[in-house]
Each structure stands twice: as C-alpha cells, then as structure tokens.
Design a protein around this ligand. Structure first.
Ligand SMILES: [Zn+2]
Length: 583
C-alpha cells in the first residue's frame, strides 16, 4: 500500500528512535550510540546498537536493522500501517487529512480511520446501554456475578440490549455508516429480507482495544442459553485474532512494571482478576498462537499459563507448550497452573482471595515438569523399547528449544529419568547440538564507486550540500550502475536539509533498491569522521573521471575501427589524456 512519503517523513522527523526503543528495552549510552542486548536474538553481551544521529538500529549479532518503523514492525509484530498509527498516536500527526495529493492511495488509511471512529462510537453506544438502564438484564447479571462499577468502567463493558434500538436501526439513514459497520462486522446484511441486522443481540459486550486504546473488535457473551455462548467480531483490517491479547491495553495503561503475565481463557477471568488487584492477566480468546506467545515474551520473561485441570485443559496446555518451545531462550520462563475441577480463575479467586490465588501461581509447574510428566504418562520406560519410544518423542521437542542452558538441563533430566547417568551413553541417543549460526552481512560486493558515494551520503546526508547545481547536471552524464539512484538521493537530501538516514530509507521502502540501501546504511566504511568529506569529494571526482574515461574509450575504439580520428576528435582525446594524467 502506498502512503505519502512526505507524511511518513514528517512522522519520522517528530519521533526519536532512542526515546521510543528505550521505552521497550534498556539502552545504555556508549559514545554517541546506544547499546542493548538484542531483542531479536538471544545473547549475553550487547551487540544491538541504536544510532541517534542516523535514527537507525543495527545488530552486529544477527544483522537485524532498520528505522523506527522497521523496529515496530518486527518488535511489536505490527503491520506497516499499524506502525505508522503508533507514530501518529505518539506525535499527534494525523495520518489521513494532511495529504490530499494521494486521495485514492490513502483509501485503506481512510477506511481504517473511519472504522476506528465508528467502533469507538459503537463502544459508547453499548456501554451506555448498560449504564443508563439500571435494571437491565445485563447489569443484574454482572452484579450477581460480583463485578463492581470501577472494573466495568475500566474494561468499558457494554450491553447489546434487545429492548433498545439496534445498531442497524440507529444508523439506518447513513449509507456510509452502514457500510462501515458491515465491514467492521457489527452488522450483517441479510439477503432474504434485504436488511441489515445486528451481529450482537442480548449479549454482554467486551470491547477489544489496541495499543492506542482504540476499539478494534468486540466479544459478546449471551445472557440466555443461545449458542454460541461467546461470539467475537470477525477478522477485519483492524482485528487479527491470532495477534490479539485481551486485557493487554488495560495492563499497559496502568504503567506498572510487567514482571510476569498470566495467560487465562476468557474475558471474565481477566476482568475478575483485575478487580481483585491482579493486573497481569491476559486472554488469548481461543487457541493460543505462536504470535501471541511472541508478543508476551517481548514484554516479560515469565509466562504463566492457567488451564482447567481436566483432560481438555491439559490438551490446551500441551499445545501452548509445543508452540512456545522455539521461543524459549535461556532468559525465558514458562509455567503451567492447573486449576481444581470446575473452577476457572474467575470463580476461584472469588472463593480464595488474591493472596491464596497468587500462592497457586507462585507454585506453578515449570515447563520441564509438565513436559516430562505428560510424556512419561504415555510411555512405559521400564523396558528398553519404551525408553526408545519415549526418547523419539521427547528429543525432537528438546531440540526445538533455542536456550542452550535449558536444553542442557533437559538432557540431564532426561538421562536421570532413563537411568542413563553416563553422559557419553546418553550421547549415543542424542545428536550433537548445532551452534546457532551467527551471520554478519557481507559487504564486499557493494564497494563500487557509486555504492561508496551512496553509502556515504545515506549515512551522512549533509554531504549532499557539497554538490553544486552544475555538478548535479554533470552527474547525469556518468555512465555507472546506480548513478540515477545516487542523483535521486542527493536531490531528496538537498530538499530536506535536516533529513537523517532513517528518513532517506523510508523514501525507498517500496523501491527495488530498498534492501541495497539498508545494507549501505549499515555498511562499516572504516573512514574516520574528519576524513569523510575528503573521501566523498575524492570518490566524486573519480566518478566524474568516469565520464572522461568512457569518452576516451569511445574515441579510442573509433580510431581503431576507422583507422584514424578527425582533427577535433584528436584534440579531444589529447586533452582527455592530459586531464586524466593530471589526476
Ligand atoms: Zn540480534
């Protein structure tokens, strides 16, 4: 999708990459750059750098790099547009109305903005229906279950009251709104009656908010015996269920340090726990996905998953375990809590209170215990063939874990369980661990004259000022690969005197040169700061020489073909030779 580059440029110029990244990971200043342990690969010594000058990050360990938009996309699992929305929210720069030049291209942005607006209106609509009609079925139900006023406000719980006007009726006069509501999944078009009807009827409404606090979807719970008991909004351009964690916005809003996160099953669990002062519960609303676990581990090192103690609860826990394995670096912890029969967090905490509930969480089963116990139940390891089967089940799972210490611990534990205490005996069963491949991008093939110029100017945009208007014209005659690209960058830089590396790159995001430019932006040219200008000028004159060299080649080959040159040509060649010899 195309978004006006001017707008993106504005967003970038108003955002500081160091400020934004330091709200997410701890950055330490060293010299003019900032360092941290890389959030994208596990490491003991920091190789992740953030440059305030270039507004760029780069990891020497895993090669991950980019500007703040790339960081948000990668770190927070956002789409390009969502990352722009975060910047828009932080800077206060609206992303739609400013740029009229690309009205058609801004369609998706406009659509998203209108959807946010209408979802927030609908949220107020449902919320008021719950509040202003005291003796409605929903508020009676919530009261009976023990929810207090504050928590109902905090989570903006609402009611799709069948006795009140329906959403589809309320908006029936505005075609535009109806179509938006349909796209948002709030109303459904019925072909047989040629009418719009509400998706949610007679349900307690739970708004799902994104990181900016905008409502992006709803969940509704029935008040009678209608099925399904819980109904969620369909996926829309705003709402991707597999990337969403219910309750996360409310936790972040509290601005507390997130030490651990408790993964529970439903809306009511999150809300009741919050009412009892547990502000670290989130719900995955169905099967937990890898993306959700990734998101969780971005915010905390400790995840405690809470499930029913019955067979279906254990099955769900197992699925979560399997999905978590590739994310278990040595600094990450995973625990499981299995609740007593017929209890969920919502009912249990009401019976036993906060401190007893937290004791249960504190004594949660570590991932290793759950892993071994589950597989040991399925295999009889008294006999050799049982041992082999057990091994063939558990070994591939252990191998998926990236944390070396955790892997080693599980191997030891495995030897102990099987009665193979000799390390070399166990070795026979185990394949050797491959070391994580650390790769550093090879920059050898990029060192041509033009790439040097591009790299230098991308890293030091002010160099563009050294090129005069006349020289700019001369550049057009250079017949080297990527000359056009260099000219384009110089023009962009000259137009925006304050431009930085990150902003230049953003101009080229959808361009075929984007990868090459990103590489050049992180290229370590080993040129000391005070020499950069000189080297740039020298490289530039070598580039101009290339004009002479190519003319020289033409004249020489012409002489060869024709046998001789005319007088003018001879003079030209002679002067070129002299000029080149002087250099
Ligand atoms: Zn890294």
């Amino acid at each position: 999708m195309y978004v006006s580059k001017t707008l993106i440029n504005q967003l970038l110029s108003k955002t500081d990459i160091v400020d934004l990244i330091s709200t997410k990971i701890y950055l330490k200043k060293s010299g003019k750059d900032y360092f941290a342990k890389c959030p994208f690969h596990y490491e003991n010594t920091p190789s992740f750098t953030v440059s305030s000058e270039k507004q760029f990050f780069y990891c020497f360990g895993c090669g991950e790099h980019g500007n703040i938009i790339d960081f948000l996309i990668k770190y927070d699992n956002l789409s390009f547009i969502e990352s722009l929305e975060v910047l828009s929210y932080k800077t206060g720069i609206k992303i739609v109305h400013q740029n009229q030049e690309n009205v058609a291209d801004n369609y998706e942005l406009k659509q998203r903005n209108s959807m946010y607006k209408i979802m927030n209106i609908i949220n107020i609509f449902y919320h008021k229906s719950l509040q202003y009609y005291h003796y409605n079925q929903a508020s009676i139900y919530l009261k009976k279950r023990g929810f207090n006023f504050d928590v109902i406000q905090e989570f903006s719980i609402g009611f799709s009251n069948p006795k009140q006007i329906s959403v589809s009726h309320y908006f029936k006069k505005s075609k535009e709104n109806l179509s938006l509501l349909e796209t948002s999944g709030i109303i459904i078009y019925k072909k047989n009656t040629a009418n719009f009807v509400d998706r949610f009827k007679n349900r307690i409404m739970f708004p799902m908010k994104n990181r900016n606090g905008d409502v992006i979807a709803f969940g509704g719970r029935v008040l009678n015996n209608t099925l399904p008991k819980y109904l969620n909004s369909p996926e829309t351009i705003l709402f991707k269920k597999s990337n969403y964690l219910y309750g996360l916005y409310e936790i972040k809003k509290k601005n507390l340090k997130i030490i651990k996160l408790l993964l529970v099953e439903g809306y009511f669990d999150v809300i009741t726990l919050a009412q009892y002062g547990i502000h670290y519960a989130i719900a995955s609303l169905g099967t937990t996905t890898s993306n959700q676990i990734k998101l969780i581990y971005r915010m905390t090192n400790t995840l405690v998953c809470c499930y029913d103690g019955d067979i279906s609860g254990k099955k769900l826990a197992w699925r979560t375990l399997i999905k978590s394995l590739p994310l278990l670096h040595d600094n990450k912890e995973l625990f499981f809590v299995f609740l007593p029969k017929m209890e969920d967090p919502d009912t249990l905490i009401r019976k036993i209170g906060k401190s007893n509930f937290e004791k249960i969480i504190h004594h949660a089963e570590p991932m290793s215990v759950f892993l071994f116990n589950t597989l040991l139940l399925q295999h009889n390891i008294i006999y050799p063939d049982g041992k082999i089967k057990f091994l063939t089940c558990i070994l591939p799972l252990i191998k998926r874990i990236p944390g070396q210490k955790l892997r080693l611990y599980l191997r030891k534990e495995l030897g102990y369980k099987l009665g193979i205490l000799e390390e070399h005996q166990l070795e026979k069963f185990l394949f050797s661990d491959k070391k994580n491949n650390i790769y550093i991008k090879n920059s050898q093939d990029i060192q041509t004259i033009m790439n040097t110029l591009i790299g230098l100017v991308v890293q030091n945009p002010k160099l563009s000022q050294l090129i005069s208007k006349n020289q700019e014209k001369k550049l057009n005659q250079i017949n080297l690969k990527n000359t056009d690209l260099f000219i384009k960058i110089v023009k962009i830089c000259k137009k925006n005197i304050q431009i930085n590396t990150a902003q230049i790159l953003e101009y080229f995001r959808d361009n075929i040169y984007y990868c090459q430019l990103k590489q050049l932006a992180t290229w370590n040219h080993m040129i000391s700061k005070n020499m950069i200008e000189l080297i740039f000028n020298e490289t530039l004159s070598s580039a101009y020489n290339m004009i002479l060299v190519s003319r020289q080649n033409i004249l020489i080959s012409r002489a060869r073909i024709k046998g001789d040159l005319n007088k003018l040509e001879r003079q030209e060649l002679w002067s070129i030779n002299k000029k080149l010899a002087r250099k």
